[in-house]
Design a protein around this ligand. Structure first.
Ligand code: NAP
Length: 433
């Protein structure tokens, strides 16, 4: 397991947290086994919220914990308040925060929690009320550390103006499927894609600058609770890459997906929500993986993302550009000798009248813009020129060559165009493809 000393917060906190949102589905005995397994795997951090099973998650944990033999001081227990599914409102008022913590402590059967997070922003929150509540909870020893969840830099600044205690965590959604935290920065100045929209006002950089540890929630989920992307048929490329890298490190795919989050230099924690001990074991194998810079990008791209300003996703891996270049060079070489005698006249004709020449020239100029595809587009261009030359030769052998080169060139041009067109498509259309 990897651990982190949280600045102004709990020390030696495991980078993988067990999220207890699904704990109400377990019996008390099974919950105790799950907590014990997590602890044996090195997990010492447990995440709750008052709304998980309407308090049942905390209740189950509180009943199960004494059966585990673990000491209270050896675990870090976190809960969240302010989100009310029953009344359909978010509430950060002084009374709500105080009564929520009393409820948490009585359900957990404990006299303090290590961390309290405000779950989701209350649209009409008053930071002075929050500060007042936090002061009381801290002074009474009911809460040691404070933080937030799904909160923007502006809201954090507003809170920090009044709250005395440091805000040390921000729980945000981040995974190979949900990459909004990093996408907008990547697409700065590229207004042709929705990805350039900054929806969180740069919360990732804000947290890093202010020593706020990000806890990545739902690290394996597709969207909001649509299932796990590992082994999901809609993610073939990603699963192939996860498997390939997993084999390299001797770990399962889920471990690689979690390692991708842990590899980010923000040193995030990942909150795993599984209640299956075997699944948790494979998730914790992430600690054995230190992804390289290249592997991190490989996974990002395999999850269906594009990098702006350079063509990345090769539509037919292995064919372009290098194999394409070799193919074209071979064809040039094949054509090198026949017809040398007619060289001049055929070139002259090709330049002057054959439409293929102008098509190839146009394609070349367009494709040449794409740095990474220069070689391929060059070879493509020369193949077209070869076709032009051959137009004026009559032997069967040369006709066959002409046909082959035409096919190769057309395929290359089509693939390159397709790649460029895909990059220009609006995001919703692209995700449908
Ligand atoms: N702050 C917030 O707003 C917020 C929101 C949502 C969640 N959370 C926190 O984040 C935690 C995690 O959320 P989550 O449960 O949605 O996300 P998750 O950990 O990404 O789990 C998603 C799914 O992955 C499956 N899974 C895990 N390991 C697997 C494996 N090895 N093979 C196949 N499937 C596997 C799980 O199925 P199995 O159960 O069958 O293993 C689960 O259904 C929650 O418990 C909660 O603490 C916070």
């Amino acid at each position: 397991m990897k651990y982190k000393n949280i600045v102004n917060g709990p020390q030696n906190a495991s980078r993988i947290i067990l999220g207890c949102m699904r704990m109400p589905a377990l019996s008390v005995e099974d919950a105790a086994k799950m907590i014990k397994t997590a602890s044996e795997l090195g997990v010492n951090f447990f995440d709750h919220a008052t709304c998980y099973g309407a308090g049942e998650a905390e209740e189950r944990f509180g009943s199960a914990f004494p059966m585990t033999g673990l000491k209270r001081e050896d675990v870090i227990i976190q809960s969240k308040c302010g989100l009310h599914f029953d009344t359909k409102e978010f509430d950060w008022s002084r009374e709500d925060i105080l009564s929520s913590v009393d409820g948490i402590l009585s359900r957990l059967k404990m006299d303090y929690i290590d961390v309290l997070l405000l779950h989701r922003p209350d649209l009409i929150f008053d930071p002075e009320e929050v500060a007042d509540a936090f002061d009381k909870l801290y002074n009474e020893g009911k809460v040691k550390y404070f933080g937030v969840s799904n909160v923007t830099p502006g809201q954090l600044e507003l809170l920090k103006k009044y709250v005395k205690q440091p805000l040390v965590f921000n729980q945000l959604q981040f995974s190979l499927d949900q990459t909004q935290l990093i996408d907008a920065a990547l697409y700065l100045n590229n207004m042709t894609t929705d990805r350039s929209t900054d929806r969180d006002n740069g919360i990732l950089d804000y947290c890093r600058l202010n020593d706020i540890t990000i806890q990545a929630w739902s690290p394996l989920q597709i969207g909001m609770f649509k299932g796990c992307f590992v082994d999901h048929p809609d993610y073939p490329e990603l699963n192939k890459k996860l498997e390939e890298i997993g084999e390299r490190y001797g770990v399962p795919k889920t471990a690689v997906a979690i390692a991708w989050i842990l590899r980010h230099p923000a040193k995030m924690q990942a909150i795993a929500g599984t209640m299956n001990p075997e699944h948790l074991k494979s998730i914790c194998d992430a600690a054995k993986v230190d992804l390289t810079h290249h592997e991190w990008y490989e996974l990002y791209l395999a999850s269906g993302k594009f990098l702006p300003s350079c063509c990345t996703g090769n539509p037919i891996p292995g064919l372009l550009p290098w194999n394409g270049i070799i193919l074209h060079l071979m064809l040039h070489w094949l054509l090198g000798n026949p017809g040398q005698q007619n060289h001049r006249s055929s070139w002259k004709k090709a330049f002057s009248c054959h439409p293929a020449f102008w098509i190839s020239l146009f394609s070349f100029l367009l494709l040449y813009r794409l740095q990474k595809l220069r070689f391929s587009s060059l070879s493509c261009f020369f193949s077209w020129l070869r076709c032009c030359r051959l137009k004026f030769r009559q032997s069967q052998y040369l006709r066959l060559q002409k046909f082959l080169i035409s096919c190769a060139s057309c395929a290359s041009i089509f693939l390159l165009f397709r790649q460029q067109c895909l990059l220009c498509l609006p995001e919703p259309v692209l995700s449908e493809l």
